[in-house]
Ligand binder design. Structure first.
Ligand code: ADP
Ligand code: MG
Ligand code: ZN
Length: 617
C-alpha cells in the first residue's frame, strides 16, 4: 500500500535521485566535472563493469525501449551511457545496480501505465529502501503509532543518497520514554557507556558483544528500546524491517542488507536495528524450495555482514518473537549471541507505562493502579493506544481533559475490540448470552477463591456472543482451591444456561469446557491435585492403557465436581442471577462494581492483581 502510493507517480520517480552525487536523470548537472558531458553507447557487460567499480552514480531504466541510461564521472567529465538490455532483465539489472550503490530511477515508458506497472515492484524496493534508510524523523517516538521506527515519508531528498554519514539520524528517544521493562533497559545501559567511550574499552582490551536479540511479543517496546539506545548514546540509528528485505525479486534483499550495513560503517559508531528477524532468519532448508532462495541469500548476506564486525563500534540489534525458529548460524558467537527478553509488562509495569503516557496529557486525577489491574495482558503499544483513544473521545466531546470515564470507554473499545453493535442479534440469542455470561460473572464474584470479574458484556465481539473478562493473579503459585474455583467459574456459563433453558442448553459452553478440561487434566497429571494423588503422568501415557483410564476418570471427577459446585451456588440464587441478567440486557456491559451492587445481598469476595486477562465467552 505504501509502496504503491510512493511509486505510482512522477513525484516518486524523482524522489529517488541522489542530488548530491548527480542529476536526477543524467541530463545536465555534473558532479565536479569540468568538461562537457559526453554520450556513449556501450555493451551491457562493460556497463556492469563500471557499476561494479563504483563509477556509476545514477541510472534510469527505460522499460519501454529496454535501455538503461547511466551517468558516471570519468576523467573529470560526466559521461552518459546508453545501454540496451534484453527484455525481462529488469530484475537482475536492478539488483546489480543496487549492489553497486547506484541510484535507480525508472523512466515511465511511452506505452504508458502498463510498462510502469511492470516495473513497480522493482521500483518499490529501492524507493522504500531509501525512504526507510534516509528519512529523517522529527516526531517523538511516543506519537509514532504502530509502525514504531519506520517513517513513511521524508522531506529531505538528500537523505536518500546511500552511504552518506552526515544524513544519519540520531534519535531523540531516551530510556525515559520506555517504561515497565526495566530489566531490558538495564541490560542495554551498559552499551551506552561502551558507545560513548569505545576507545577506553579498546585500550583495556575489552571486546563488547555486537549482536543483541530482543525477544518478545509485538508492541512490547523492542523498536522503542533500540531507538532509545541510539538516542542515549548519541549515535545514528539505521533500521529496517526484515520482512521488507524479502521481496520476490532475487537479490534485492541481499543488496538492501549490504546497503544498510554500508551506511552504518560509513557512520562509524551506530546502531543497526533489524525488525522481525525471523522473516529472513528462519532455519535454512537443506533442499531448494522455490521462494526460499531469496530469503536465504538475504540471510547469508546478513551473516557475512555480521562477521565483518568484530572490532567495530557498530551494535546490531534484532527483534523477534520466535527465537526458536531462527537459523542456528545467526545465534553463533560473534553474531546475535546476546538475548534480551522484552516481555509484556506485568501489572506494575503497566501502571508505569500508563503514568508515562498520562503524564504527557491533560488528565483529571486517574487511578493508574486500578487501571493497570483492568488492563491485564496489555502491551505498551496497547496502553499507548488506550490513552490515545481516551484522548480522542475527550476531544470529540469538546473536552480538553481526559477523565476516568473516557478511559473506561476507551478500555471497552480497545480491550474487547470494536463492538459489532450493528449485528442483528436475535432477542433469544441475547437472552441466552446474558444468562450464560451472568453465570460466569456471578460464579467469579461469589466463589471465595475465584477472581472477581473485571467486566461482563453481551455485546457480540468477534466470534463470541458475549464475554466475561477475568484477571489472572500476578502470582507464582496456583493453589488447589484456586484451581478448583477456576473450574467452577468455567462451568458458570453452562449453569447459567441451565437456569434459563433447563436440559435444553446450547453448545455455547464448548470453549469453556476446553479450557476447564485442560486445567483439570493438568491438575491430575502434573499438579498432583486429583484423585491419582502425587506424581507425574506423561502426555503419551494419557492416550491408552490403565493409567489413561484413571487419568480420564480423575479429570472427569474434577469437572463434574466443579459443575455441581456452581449449580449449588447459582440455583438457589436464581432470582439474583435473573436481576443481573435483566441489567445486562438493559446495559449490555456491566463493570464489577455494577454487578456487585445489583447482587448486593450476596457475599462479595476476591480481589484482582493481574498479569494476563482470561476471557470466558
Ligand atoms: P515492538 O517493537 O516490540 O513491536 P514498539 O517499540 O514498536 O514495539 O512499540 C510501539 C509503540 O508502543 C512505541 O512506539 C511506544 O509508543 C509504545 N510502547 C511499547 N512498549 C512500550 C514501553 N515499554 N514503554 C513505553 N511505550 C511503549
Ligand atoms: Mg517494533
Ligand atoms: Zn462461557
Amino acid at each position: 500500500m505504501v509502496a504503491g502510493a510512493l511509486v505510482a507517480g512522477p513525484m516518486a520517480v524523482s524522489a529517488v535521485a541522489a542530488p548530491s552525487r548527480t542529476s536526477t536523470s543524467g541530463t545536465s548537472a555534473a558532479t565536479g566535472g569540468t568538461g562537457p558531458a559526453v554520450d556513449r553507447t556501450v555493451g551491457l557487460s562493460d556497463f556492469l563493469g563500471l557499476v561494479r567499480r563504483g563509477d556509476v552514480a545514477s541510472a534510469t531504466i527505460g522499460s519501454a525501449d529496454h535501455t538503461v541510461t547511466g551517468s558516471a564521472v570519468s576523467g573529470g567529465r560526466l559521461v552518459h551511457y546508453t545501454v540496451a538490455y534484453p527484455p525481462g532483465y529488469e530484475g537482475r539489472l536492478t539488483e546489480d545496480l543496487l549492489a553497486g550503490h547506484v541510484s535507480v530511477v525508472a523512466a515511465p515508458g511511452s506505452s504508458g501505465a502498463s510498462d510502469l506497472a511492470y516495473l513497480l515492484p522493482l521500483l518499490a524496493a529501492p524507493v522504500l529502501l531509501m525512504l526507510l534508510l534516509g528519512a529523517r524523523r522529527r516526531r517523538d517516538p511516543g506519537q509514532s503509532g504502530k509502525r514504531g521506527g519506520f517513517p513513511h515519508s521524508a522531506a529531505n531528498p538528500a537523505a536518500f543518497a546511500p552511504g552518506r554519514a552526515e544524513e544519519a539520524e540520531v534519535p531523540t528517544t531516551r530510556f525515559a520514554d520506555v517504561a515497565g521493562i526495566d530489566e531490558a533497559v538495564d541490560e542495554l545501559t551498559g552499551l551506552v557507556d561502551f558507545l560513548a567511550d569505545t576507545e577506553r574499552y579498546e585500550a583495556a582490551g575489552v571486546e563488547m558483544p555486537h549482536g543483541y536479540l530482543l525477544v518478545g511479543p509485538p508492541g512490547t517496546g523492542k523498536t522503542l528500546l533500540a531507538r532509545a539506545l541510539a538516542g542515549e548514546a548519541g549515535v545514528p540509528f539505521f533500521a529496517m524491517g526484515a520482512s521488507e528485505f524479502v521481496e520476490s525479486y532475487v537479490g534485492v534483499g541481499a543488496a538492501r542488507v549490504r546497503t544498510l550495513f554500508d551506511r552504518a560503517r560509513t557512520a562509524g559508531k551506530s546502531i543497526v536495528f533489524i525488525d522481525e528477524l525471523d522473516a529472513i532468519g528462519r532455519t535454512r532448508s537443506t533442499h531448494s524450495v522455490p521462494g526460499n532462495e531469496e530469503r536465504e541469500t538475504t540471510l547469508n548476506q546478513l551473516l557475512v555482514e555480521m562477521d565483518g564486525f568484530v572490532k567495530s563500534s557498530i551494535i546490531v540489534l534484532a527483534a523477534t518473537n520466535r527465537p526458536d525458529v531462527l537459523d542456528s548460524a545467526l545465534l553463533r558467537p560473534g553474531r546475535f549471541d546476546q538475548q534480551i527478553t522484552v516481555p509484556a509488562p506485568d501489572r506494575r509495569g503497566r501502571a508505569r507505562i500508563l503514568e508515562l503516557y498520562l503524564r504527557r496529557r491533560n488528565v483529571e486525577e486517574v487511578d493508574t493502579e486500578a487501571l493497570s489491574r483492568r488492563t491485564a495482558g496489555f502491551t505498551g503499544a496497547d496502553l499507548a493506544n488506550l490513552v490515545n483513544t481516551a484522548a480522542l473521545l475527550a476531544v470529540r466531546e469538546g473536552s480538553l481533559q481526559i477523565t476516568e470515564r473516557h478511559l473506561d470507554e476507551a478500555l471497552t473499545t480497545v480491550a474487547l475490540g470494536p463492538a459489532r453493535k450493528s449485528a442483528v442479534v436475535l432477542e433469544r440469542d441475547r437472552r441466552i448470552t446474558a444468562w450464560h455470561e451472568a453465570g460466569h460473572a456471578l460464579a467469579g464474584l461469589w466463589l471465595p477463591d475465584a477472581e472477581d470479574p473485571i467486566s461482563v458484556s453481551i455485546i457480540p465481539r468477534g466470534p463470541a456472543g458475549g464475554v466475561t473478562w477475568f484477571p489472572d493473579p500476578d502470582q507464582l503459585f496456583l493453589s488447589r482451591k484456586q484451581a478448583l474455583a477456576q473450574l467452577a467459574v468455567a462451568m458458570g456459563g453452562r449453569v447459567g444456561e441451565e437456569l434459563l433453558l433447563g436440559e435444553d442448553f446450547t453448545q455455547g459452553a464448548a470453549q469453556d469446557f476446553k479450557v476447564a478440561t485442560d486445567l483439570a487434566r493438568r491438575m491430575v497429571t502434573e499438579y498432583g491435585m486429583g484423585s491419582l494423588g502425587p506424581g507425574y503422568v506423561a502426555p503419551e501415557e494419557t492416550h491408552l492403557g490403565v493409567l489413561a483410564e484413571k487419568v480420564h476418570q480423575a479429570t472427569d471427577d474434577l469437572l463434574r465436581q466443579a459443575l455441581e459446585t456452581t449449580r449449588s451456588l447459582l440455583t438457589p440464587a436464581r432470582a439474583t442471577v435473573a436481576r443481573a441478567v435483566e441489567a445486562l440486557l438493559e446495559e449490555e456491559t456491566l463493570e464489577r462494581d455494577d454487578l456487585a451492587r445489583i447482587c448486593q445481598e450476596a457475599p462479595v469476595t476476591g480481589s484482582g492483581g493481574s498479569s494476563h486477562a482470561s476471557v470466558a465467552a
